[in-house]
Design a binder for this molecule. Structure first.
Ligand SMILES: [Zn+2]
Length: 129
């Protein structure tokens, strides 16, 4: 099991995202050759690969922020997904404890939606990053 992200690491991840060009981002293979570009919100060019015309790399005015965000994403995205999955399991455990103590709407008859979801989450496997 990996170590949960610290508050400082989460703050740093959010700062990286906030410093990058606003999204959503989309890729375009242009004419299907080796040319490629990534555009941000309002079609701001984030990244371009066009060696034939000497254009490549993070080219916007925000190139440093975009590059840092892309590089960090490789390790941050899996770490954040695992963190979310862990918290879902924690919340599900707590819901089941409440359910077992009769502190949910299940006592009214049919299993409540949130308790059914909690049971479903607890049946899932949480991967490591
Ligand atoms: Zn319940």
């Amino acid at each position: 099991m990996t170590t949960p992200l610290s508050r400082a690491e989460l703050d740093a991840a959010l700062a990286l995202a906030n410093a990058a060009t606003p999204g959503p981002w989309r890729g375009d293979r242009l004419d299907g050759t080796v040319k490629y570009e990534v555009l941000g919100a309002d079609d701001v060019q984030v990244l371009r690969v066009d060696h034939k015309n000497g254009e490549f790399g993070f080219l916007s005015d925000n190139s440093t922020g975009d590059e840092r965000f892309v590089l960090a994403s490789r390790h941050l995205v899996p770490a954040l997904v695992v963190e979310v999955l862990r918290w879902r399991v924690t919340a599900a455990h707590r819901q089941i404890v409440l359910c077992e103590r009769g502190l949910c709407s299940c006592r009214m008859g049919a299993e409540s939606e949130i308790c059914a979801e909690a049971s479903s989450i607890l049946a899932e496997e949480v991967p490591n990053a």
